[in-house]
Design a protein around this ligand. Structure first.
Ligand SMILES: NC(=O)c1ccc[n+]([C@@H]2O[C@H](COP(=O)([O-])OP(=O)(O)OC[C@H]3O[C@@H](n4cnc5c(N)ncnc54)[C@H](OP(=O)(O)O)[C@@H]3O)[C@@H](O)[C@H]2O)c1
Length: 438
């Protein structure tokens, strides 16, 4: 049986995302595993299970079932450990031997400041090279740090034992982009600068930084969202169709240039916990990018992402060219919270000879209950992939490094202050009202 050893099991990511995902996987009875939950807090296994129950009840995708949770919790052992103390790894090694654990997945749900010490600690465990490691973004405190961490990991593990997680790759509609692009003659033949005028990607959040000031101060919107999640979407939208998807995505990253950028900071950010009173960290970023490579040179790619905005939504709009002044065809891919596809096109207005009417096809995938039940959440899908030893939904280290360099090299303007919405954008953002959204 696989053992998932969760470093950072008492943190926010584990509470809201990882443990509910593991519970859902267990409920579906598709995968068998046990969990060693590692934290610094002085919990017994019983305390730990009581604490996570509330999170699972709140964040589970499937209905919470008391009986299933009881059985699930029997698979969990809480193990208290200070990751910064070398001796604790010697003791942990003994514990693993006692438990007779063979196949382990180490999930580093930790801030990157701990990665070096944890990797040094892992080295001290018997037969460590046989196991797998999952690493959460940010994969280091800087590009240089990422390189060092990767080198250290590679001293112990083969490439195929390392999983760099970007949970956007586990999102249903991000995966769907490839099918929409490559499995429809309608789009496949028109997916280039001759037919596409612009691409817009929006990832908008209503929440602020919640309790994550210490992390967000170092990261900001560019490192938190653009350099990983949004660049994944950009590259999947524009990559060539080829067998090795990571190579195709990397090729786009090598040709991606940021031409313009504006940054913002929400009003009240400086008063958040663990935020400096004169912080210049951006909580909003808007970019105009170009891919300096055929068939994309003439297509601006607009990106915007931010916190404390007037709505929570992630979506992509492809604006097709208009050749004779008729309204542009629009294709929208809705990623979150609604999942779906919207297509706007032109027909003749009934009764009128020359008048055009713009109509739409609006497919809401997540409006169907059967889809909601059968669609795993991103972390569920990714954890299953790790257990199956599949790398399909994970970033390659080269992609991570190239994206990080790209963001590090941009000169950042001073952020302006905003409240709920942005006044002076780089473009007119296309807003499509949806009749089917829930
Ligand atoms: N939260 C999210 O939604 C999210 C999303 C994507 C990526 N991430 C990334 O995931 C990582 C974890 O994020 P998070 O939000 O879960 O952070 P968090 O809430 O601050 O949790 C940090 C975890 O690290 C543990 N820890 C800290 N110092 C330790 C030590 N000396 N020994 C043992 N454990 C120690 C804490 O244990 P104790 O609580 O027991 O002290 C806690 O479990 C970060 O890199 C973050 O950027 C988070």
């Amino acid at each position: 049986m696989t053992t998932i050893t969760l470093f950072g099991s008492t943190g926010d990511l584990s509470y809201r995302k990882l443990l509910p995902a593991l519970y859902n996987m267990y409920s579906n009875s598709q995968t068998d595993f046990q969990i060693i939950a590692i934290g610094r807090k002085d919990y017994t296994t019983k305390d730990y299970i009581q604490t996570i129950q509330t999170g699972i009840q709140e964040y589970t995708r499937l209905a919470f079932d008391e009986e299933i949770f009881k059985k699930f919790s029997k698979r969990i052992i809480y193990y208290q450990m200070d990751l910064t103390n070398k001796n604790s790894y010697v003791q942990f090694n003994e514990f693993i031997k006692q438990q007779n654990i063979q196949d382990q997945i180490f999930y580093l749900a930790l801030s990157p400041q701990f990665f070096h010490q944890v990797i040094e600690g892992l080295k001290m465990l018997d037969h460590i090279e046989k196991n797998r490691v999952v690493i959460e973004k940010p994969f280091g405190e800087s590009t240089e740090d990422m390189n060092l961490i990767n080198q250290k990991l590679k001293e112990i593990f083969e490439d195929d034992h390392l999983y760099y997680i970007d949970h956007y790759l586990g999102k249903e509609m991000v995966q769907n982009i490839k099918t929409i692009r490559f499995k429809n003659a309608l789009f496949k033949s028109n997916w280039n600068q001759d037919m596409i005028e612009s691409i817009q990607i929006s990832a908008l959040e209503k929440d602020g930084i919640l309790n994550r000031g210490a992390y967000y101060e170092k990261s900001g919107a560019l490192k938190d969202m653009v350099q990983n999640h949004i660049f994944q979407i950009v590259t999947i939208l524009t990559m060539e169709e080829q067998k090795n998807q990571h190579e195709a995505q990397l090729d786009i990253l090598h040709h991606l240039h940021v031409e313009k950028m504006i940054l913002g900071q929400y009003k009240g950010y400086k008063q958040e916990k663990n935020v400096s009173p004169d912080s210049t960290t951006e909580t909003y970023a808007e970019l105009e990018c170009r891919i300096q490579k055929k068939p994309w040179e003439n297509v601006p790619i607009f990106i915007r992402t931010g916190k404390k905005l007037n709505r929570r939504e992630i979506y992509v709009v492809i604006k097709f060219r208009s050749f004779d002044g008729s309204p542009n065809n629009l294709l929208e891919i809705k990623i979150q919270p609604t999942e779906g596809v919207y297509l706007q096109f032109n027909i003749k207005k009934p009764q009128e000879k020359n008048e055009i009417q713009t109509v739409k096809m609006d497919f809401c995938q997540s409006c169907l209950e059967v889809n909601r039940i059968n669609t795993p959440q991103a972390y569920e899908r990714l954890l299953k992939e790790v257990i199956r030893n599949s790398h399909e939904y994970f970033s390659s280290f080269e992609e991570i490094l190239t994206s990080s360099r790209l963001i590090e090299e941009i000169e950042k303007p001073e952020p302006f202050i905003y409240e709920n919405q942005i006044e002076n954008s780089l473009t007119d953002w296309i807003e499509i009202p949806h009749t089917l959204d829930k």
